[in-house]
Design a protein around this ligand. Structure first.
Ligand SMILES: C[S@@+](CC[C@H](N)C(=O)[O-])C[C@H]1O[C@@H](n2cnc3c(N)ncnc32)[C@H](O)[C@@H]1O
Length: 234
């Protein structure tokens, strides 16, 4: 018996971006765990970990996992961790850091928190085989700038517009060779009007910030405008 899951378009895209085999996938800030459950059903990793800081959410999730995945002999295992993602128990589950590969998903939280969580994980586990799939809500430029400063490289990136909101989804790793761009690179498809609109809205957002004193964003605006100017129709 399987748990019926209706994934948002954003979570569907994140699911589709996971194409390699992993020993451990961590659905961090999982909330109801819809993404992790989808990954568990399709056995995307040997172990799918569900991580959230709210006990009530995880108790419910654990009951559902026990009910739907407890009795069946599954190839994939699951684990529930009620903790701050800053304290991800990688060392506890990974016996061989050089060999075990981990995919850490952090989606649906703000960019500043995303940076804080990735920073905490990298500070302890940068010698592990880590990949990150990140989909921050806002502050994409700052997240990208941070990832570049920590020498991560790009595996792939996607831009999704859902309910008039843009989501940048970044799959990155320490050993990936392609550089990460602060304003995005392969995700843009300017033959799609919604991508062009998202870029224009992003520029307008920084232009509003530039009007406030103490906010030095002219370099950011220039970089986004360069993308816009590279389009023949603009
Ligand atoms: C909006 S939900 C995101 C759900 C899902 N990841 C998505 O993309 O739709 C945010 C979740 O992050 C959890 N959260 C926030 N800060 C956290 C932290 N430091 N450690 C673990 N979970 C956290 C909240 O409890 C909440 O369930």
């Amino acid at each position: 018996m399987h748990y019926k899951i209706k994934l948002s378009r954003r979570l569907q895209i994140i699911d589709n971006m996971i194409t390699r085999p992993y020993l451990h996938i961590w659905d961090c800030c999982c909330d109801h765990g819809f993404l992790g459950l989808t990954l568990l059903q399709r056995q995307a990793a040997e172990t799918v970990h569900f991580v959230d800081i709210v006990p009530a959410i995880l108790n419910q999730l654990k009951d559902d996992l026990d009910k739907y995945y407890g009795a069946e002999p599954q190839q994939s295992e699951w684990a529930v961790h009620c903790c701050d993602v800053e304290k991800l128990p990688l060392a506890r589950v990974s016996k061989c850091p050089e060999k075990d590969n981990h995919l850490i998903i952090i989606a649906g939280v703000g960019g500043e928190l995303t940076i804080k969580l990735v920073e905490a994980i990298l500070s302890k586990f940068s010698h592990y085989r880590l990949e990150f799939l990140l989909c921050p809500v806002q502050h994409n430029y700052q997240v990208r700038e941070f990832l570049i400063s920590r020498r991560l490289g790009l595996i792939t990136e996607r831009l999704l517009i859902e309910n008039k909101r843009g989501y940048e989804i970044l799959h990155v790793a320490l050993n990936a060779e392609s550089p990460i761009s602060k304003v995005g690179s392969t995700m843009w498809d300017f033959s799609r009007e919604e991508h062009l609109l998202y870029l224009q809205k992003t520029i307008a957002h920084y232009q509003r910030i530039a009007r406030r004193p103490q906010h030095k964003v002219s370099e950011i605006i220039k970089q986004y405008q360069k993308l816009l100017q590279s389009q023949p129709a603009c």
